[in-house]
Design a protein around this ligand. Structure first.
Ligand SMILES: [Zn+2]
Ligand SMILES: [Zn+2]
Length: 220
């Protein structure tokens, strides 16, 4: 049981391909009964850690001992990376209107992933089909990081920059979150999103998701 956030090399900006590869991971933190560590096969509790398989671009459920093997820098070599448990909330995220426009966030929520291998930043937006993806220009990303140096500490492949705008499109809330939280979000949106604005159920799920993120986040 693995799933993928798209890899632009094998899924070059084709939304349907991307969606096939972002499977329903709403259960990412609540595996089905009997779910096991994908490395060693030991049963794992509902709350468990994840690893990113860099070769397959998969998220893998992991028991604690296997997770800890890959926690120190570089222990997993070029293959596995432990997904950290860091949640940050940016209190005064600094961006000009034109930089916001350049991020091209069409709906209320987007998240951004840095792919270390491809040296690219991909943006994901909830949609009726789960998530759509587009590539962000690196110049724009570098500008955003330059204006917000803390964002520069983002760990490629395992952490994401998450943005939620209010109904007016203003007052965005900005977070740095583990990538498995984004899988959870995509899974829920895929299940619930209807039409352009997502519909009532999706909005409620989004609100609950952001409440959880906020409650775990350290303000920076
Ligand atoms: Zn294990
Ligand atoms: Zn899992």
């Amino acid at each position: 049981m693995t799933d993928s956030i798209s890899d632009p090399v094998s899924a070059p900006r084709e939304p349907l391909k991307v969606l096939e590869r972002i499977r329903d991971r709403s259960m990412a933190r609540r595996p089905r009964p009997g779910e096991v560590c994908e490395l060693c096969g030991e049963p794992i509790p509902d709350e468990h850690n994840h690893l990113v398989d860099l070769k397959a671009r998969n998220l893998m459920c992991s028991c604690r001992p296997c997770y800890l093997l890959f926690t120190p820098d570089g222990a997993g070599g070029q293959h596995y990376l432990a997904v950290p448990d860091r949640y940050l909330m940016f209190e005064d995220f600094s961006l000009t209107q034109s930089q916001w426009d350049a991020l091209q966030i069409p709906v209320s929520v987007a998240f951004f992933l840095v792919n270390s291998e491809l040296k690219r930043v991909a943006a994901f937006y909830p949609s009726p089909a789960g998530a759509t993806e587009s590539l962000l220009s690196l110049e724009i990303w570098d500008e955003v990081v330059a204006a917000n140096p803390t964002l520069g500490s983002i760990l490629p492949d395992v952490e994401a920059f998450l943005v939620q705008k209010d109904k007016t499109g203003n007052n965005p809330e900005c977070y740095l979150v583990p990538i498995d939280a984004c899988y959870e979000l995509v899974g829920e949106m895929r299940k619930l999103w209807r039409g352009f604005d997502g519909g009532k159920e999706a909005r409620e799920a989004l609100e609950a998701f952001f409440d959880r993120v906020k409650s775990r986040a350290t303000k920076v």
